[in-house]
Unconditional design. Sequence first.
Length: 335
Amino acid sequence: MFAAYFDCPGGPENLYMKEVMKPNPGEGEVLVKVSASALNRADLLQRRGKYPPPKGTSDILGLEAAGSVAGLGPGCTGRWKIGDAVMALLSGGGQAQYVTVPEGHLMPIPKDMTFIQAAAIPEAWLTAFQLLHFVGKVQEGETVLIHAGASGVGMAAIQLVRLAKAIPIVTAGTPEKLTATANAGAAVGFNYKNEDFSEKVLEFTQGSGVDIILDCVGGSYWEKNLNCLSTDGRWIIYGLLSGGEVHGDLLARLLSKRATIHTSLLRSRDKEASNGLYINGLTFTEDALPYFSGGTSPRLQPLVDSVYPLHKIAEAHRFMEENKNIGKIVIEMPV
């Protein structure tokens, strides 16, 4: 089979499409013929040698995939049959023509949805779902500040906050991205490049601040985050785009608001992703996935920014590094 590959860490130019051995499903595993995967910042970090896959997992890039069941390993329970349209969150291996997945980690693709659209769901939507429900324990009527609002996770979080009957506020870096977040349901958005988002958030919340912050930026935002976090608020860090160093009296500021910091990485939560990520009595498969189908209200929709064939994987990485995408960058596998 063909797969996205690199021989040594470095820039996008190191990527190419390589012919490798097709995997065989083990005990309780399903072989999926991949039609589409999607690109994540974790793939960029892995390519640079800064985010190795968990021990014992595939070193091929790709944390999600959509396709059809092509084989069943020994011990499978009959939950899936050959030809079923499925998608999955993965520890790796998604950017290849075939991948093996524990049967409990597979999710059905909603009816009338293409493989391209489905590939934009697992990583972003499961990340947003677990940040909001498992970590943040979002409640009806709360306000949630979502940084990188036009990213895949950001656009998913906006819609899931609305589904939870809470209020999403976002930051983004261009007017186009803010427009996209408004169309997705953001109550208000602020351009972090030319506005002090903490002041704007306090103004919008009439001084009370936000209950939850979903932060993939890290170090450079710490003061502004604490400025606009409510008393007893939850600050959830799931990425460090600006680095992890903090210079200042973080703990005293945190203590004065009785606030809490949570951290989360979905790649290290692969067991919790089983059965669609079971969280506090909720599962993504049962409590969110049905809203992707037509006729539901509210309707959840994955946003695909662009599609690249596998042999142009380097171009896809360059595009993501330019930070221009609104929504997900999808990688289409060769037939």
